[in-house]
Design a binder for this molecule. Structure first.
Ligand code: ZN
Ligand code: ZN
Length: 313
């Protein structure tokens, strides 16, 4: 288009005034952001496409225990974009500890996400909590008490009693995530639905544990995190203030382009509110609207560097 048509389009509001937002850069959100819940995708390009599309410069990648080479390949092809990775494995297998130890030696900076059909305080996870303390790496745990589909099952159950685990493993850095972690932000949650809505009753277990235990942090990703921060804005404002040193931005978004294309929430019917949307964009917009620039930077950048000990601070 020629210059006149272009200016006419701008005046008519047809074109975005901030053309730079079409090019992914760290400035779209006012500074560098790291997505700490980015699942490894099929190709290096697919990972970068989601980051670029959502205007996010950096990622902490969640991958399998044997992913060191895949991660290194992306880091070589796209320097500076992937600041680290977490290793997950089937923790019900006897060799789980060996595999996770090997992953840590190969460069994994934490374990997760740990998503298995076991109890949060059961022996399978306990040995991983102990190993994480020994190796000095955090663990990211998926807590879910309500299945999304008839065959899905539940994961790391018993979050309501998680205080005993936090006490038993004071040297383990826990990062809580998913449905039960976030639903328990409200004191009246009784495992009745995956994503409760409506006003939050103060005094929820998650709120209390974040306040009382220096070894517990919160991953804001997925519909679970976004829903918890969206359902009661007045509560959220104070919650963000209380825990801004404990909250870590992540998306857990599966959309293809960082703009909601493809499938963003794995066809999870309970998470339909985010269908067609990019979770990274939705949650970053919410945080930007509710936080001061300094607090936004803490939640989207600094806390991750502290907890996951990222080097490129
Ligand atoms: Zn998860
Ligand atoms: Zn997305």
């Amino acid at each position: 288009m020629d210059r006149r048509t272009f200016l006419g389009s701008v005046a008519a509001g047809v074109l975005p005034l901030r053309l730079s937002s079409q090019v992914a850069d760290s400035n779209e959100w006012g500074g560098a952001v790291i997505d700490c819940h980015h699942h490894l995708r099929r190709t290096p390009e697919a990972n970068i496409a989601h980051l670029d599309g959502s205007g996010v410069r950096h990622a902490l990648v969640l991958a399998r225990d044997n992913s060191a080479e895949s991660i290194a390949a992306i880091q070589a092809q796209y320097p500076g974009r992937i600041l680290g990775w977490l290793a997950s494995t089937d923790i019900t297998k006897p060799e789980a500890e060996d595999l996770l130890t090997k992953a840590a030696k190969a460069g994994a900076i934490g374990f997760g996400e740990l998503k298995s059909h076991v109890a949060a305080a059961g022996p399978e996870l306990r040995r991983v909590y102990a190993l994480a303390a020994e190796l000095g790496v955090p663990v990211l745990v998926h807590f879910q008490e309500v299945p999304h589909t008839p065959t899905e099952g539940v994961f790391a159950t018993g979050f309501k009693d998680f205080e005993a685990v936090l006490k038993a493993y004071p040297k383990t850095q826990f990062v809580g995530h998913a449905d039960a972690f976030w639903a328990n932000i409200s004191a009246d949650y009784a495992n009745e639905s995956a994503y409760p809505t409506g006003k939050i009753k103060p005094g929820g277990i998650t709120d209390k544990l974040l306040g009382d235990y220096p070894n517990l942090f919160a991953d804001l990703s997925a519909n679970s995190g976004n829903n918890a921060l969206s359902r009661d804005p007045a509560f959220t404002a104070d919650f963000l203030k209380r825990h801004e040193s404990k909250l870590i931005f992540g998306s857990d978004c599966a959309c293809s382009d960082g703009k909601g294309g493809g499938v963003s929430q794995a066809n999870n019917p309970a998470a339909a509110r985010l269908a067609g949307k990019c979770v990274a964009r939705e949650t970053l917009t919410l945080l930007r609207n509710m936080l001061t620039p300094a607090s936004f930077r803490r939640v989207t950048w600094e806390n991750a560097h502290k907890v996951y000990k990222l080097s490129a601070a």
